[in-house]
Write a protein that binds this ligand. Sequence first.
Ligand code: HH2
Length: 259
Amino acid sequence: MGIVNVTPDSFSDGGEHADPAAAIAHGRALLAEGADLLDVGGESTRPGAEPVGEQEELRRVVPVVEGLAGGGARVSIDTVKLRVAGAAVAAGASLVNDVTAFRAEPALAGFVAERGLDCCLMHMAGEPRTMQADPRYDDVVSEVKAFLEARLAFAVAAGIPEARIWLDPGIGFGKTLAHNLELLRRLDELVALGRPVLFGASRKAFLGTVTGRSAPAERAVATAAANVLAYERGARIFRVHDVAPTRDALAVVAATFAR
Ligand code: HH2
């Protein structure tokens, strides 16, 4: 899953693809690198980010979804808002990636059900503005697992077939370095829930801490390494800014384990 951020303030690529033509060109480049789908987002969820108004988010994402889906790409819409998801789906998106797992707008689950869409449900402790203040868990993996189980049950009760639901530990969303590493180390426990697991570590701060690389764009190798570990533990969708390095890393994994 290649990331197309149409935002002025994303943590690693804010402002780079803020106009629709640049964002569409970027999405096409990610497809050429081997992305199977593109995740288009118009609201940054980085720690400390302020929420974006609905009109502004619509203005950012709709032309980009239209341009990419119109060209044949599979597009996911990264939003927590029902109206934005509605407009993105009308423009050709077929998957809803909601970082609140339908807590921001529970009616979004009914919309996904009614339209026969796929969705990704992610764990987040708190909200982006404050989530990194002092995250605490007794056991991060069992708490994230219990949360995802409950949100999966909510989505199924809203009418979304289980087969259409992906789960995501929400790397960096209300988690310390130790929490992120523990989730990666024990990712198989989330895979055991029986749904495809999406892993989103791309360029995130914990990789900067581990490698000493303060510039997010220099964390592509660290991202690929984390994704190989996640693959080994059963994750199957990788949300990344740099598609080519993760593709190469996963090709080595596939060649090693293919019989
Ligand atoms: N991470 C980000 C945004 N959306 N969605 C899912 N399912 N999983 C994630 O880990 C995830 C996500 C944050 O990364 P990015 O889009 O690069 O930054 P920003 O939120 O600053 O735009």
